[in-house]
Ligand binder design. Sequence first.
Ligand SMILES: *[C@@H]1O[C@H](CO)[C@@H](O)[C@H](O)[C@H]1NC(C)=O
Length: 251
Amino acid sequence: MTPFLLLFVALATASPVKRQTSGLDADGDGLVSQDELMNAMTLQQALTALDSDGDGFIYLPQIIELWGVGDKFYELNTDGDNHLNFTEIENGMTLMDFYNQFDFNGDGTLDQAEAYQLHYIYDVINMVTPVEVLDDNGDGLLSNLEVQSHMTYNEILTALDVDESHRLDFAELSVLLGSQTQDFINAQDDNNDGVVSFGEAHHHHANLDTLFDRLDLDNSGYIEDAESAGINAVWAAVQALPVDPADVNNV
Ligand SMILES: *[C@@H]1O[C@H](CO)[C@@H](O)[C@H](O)[C@H]1NC(C)=O
């Protein structure tokens, strides 16, 4: 093949539909339907996948990372403690209720951004990704070094940009940033169009260090427990990225 053709092969390999490796989208139409979810998992399996530290609890920051707001946490939290156990969740919602929480635009199906966390959950259940865990030394905490040694800021931006627009909207950003999403948008959205372009995402000295500090909600110096839900989902997506996205610097 000529170098010219090879370039086209490389570009084709980098097409957006290749990004989601998840088999959750069984018919491959780019959307996740209610039936596809029902066929793929139970609510119990989804909760077990989300409970990355295995303590049997789901915390408020995780609920916010899933659904942008914490309403469901307060609704389901019958005893008013700082976590939900699986029983509290299963008593308060079905798998279909769980699905509907992701349907932010209420059109009855889930597009790529809406289904981001569900693809991650599917992959965890089926042990597709992450093939490599972020927590290298297994101490249950993510250090800045552990995060930086696995992914770059540009890879994170690319992994979040599921519609390949080079602009990150609220739904795309909230996968990683949870309760910090609006704050991040306020800090980075220079032209006030409501989204953060890749260019804007590099302004104001934003990088993986500042992102780490933002995710470290309790300023412990580590990302731990519920704080790590977003970065684990993004890490799974980073591993599924088809090409080295170093070229986002040129956007
Ligand atoms: C879950 O939490 C509820 C409310 O506090 C409690 O009654 C129940 O025993 C807990 N279930 C488990 C399995 O821990």
